[in-house]
Write a new protein. Structure first.
Length: 144
């Protein structure tokens, strides 16, 4: 797939910044809040199976964010992160309305939409995915 240079740059910038934000949120769940604290917060917010979902979400956000920065399995990781944000929107943020200062969903919606965009476009030309799966005759080219 031949992408003009500006589109390549845009996808790369989106992927790296989105990856950084997800990694920061995952890191926060592990280190600032701790997994036990994240589990308690998830339970208080009504997230189902908080004892299981909190470490899974923290791991997905940290590892997934790093994977996005590098452009590794971008479509798969971005799709999982988009689903993560749909869950956050529906289970926690929607009742508070749009604005983040009231606990609303504006950031979650933006992160989820950006993740969905990467799931649809892929990592772009400047990525590990392109190096590993970018050959047109590769059966895994859909990952590039």
């Amino acid at each position: 797939m031949n992408q003009p240079r500006l589109i390549t740059a845009a996808i790369t910038v989106l992927r790296v910044i989105l990856g950084f934000l997800f990694a920061a949120h995952g890191w926060q769940k592990f280190n600032e809040w701790t997994i036990a604290g994240t589990q308690a917060a998830f339970a208080q917010m009504g997230v189902p199976a908080a004892n299981v979902s909190a470490p899974l979400i923290a791991g997905l956000e940290l590892a997934g964010g790093i994977a996005l920065i590098l452009g590794v399995l971008t479509r798969v990781v971005a799709a999982l992160l988009a689903v993560d944000m749909v869950g956050a929107l529906l289970l926690v943020h929607a009742p508070a309305g749009v604005f983040a200062d009231k606990g609303g969903y504006e950031l979650v919606l933006l992160l989820g939409t950006a993740a969905l965009a990467l799931a649809l476009t892929g990592a772009g030309r400047m990525s590990v995915d392109r190096v590993l799966f970018g050959r047109r005759d590769s059966k895994l080219a859909v990952l590039a």
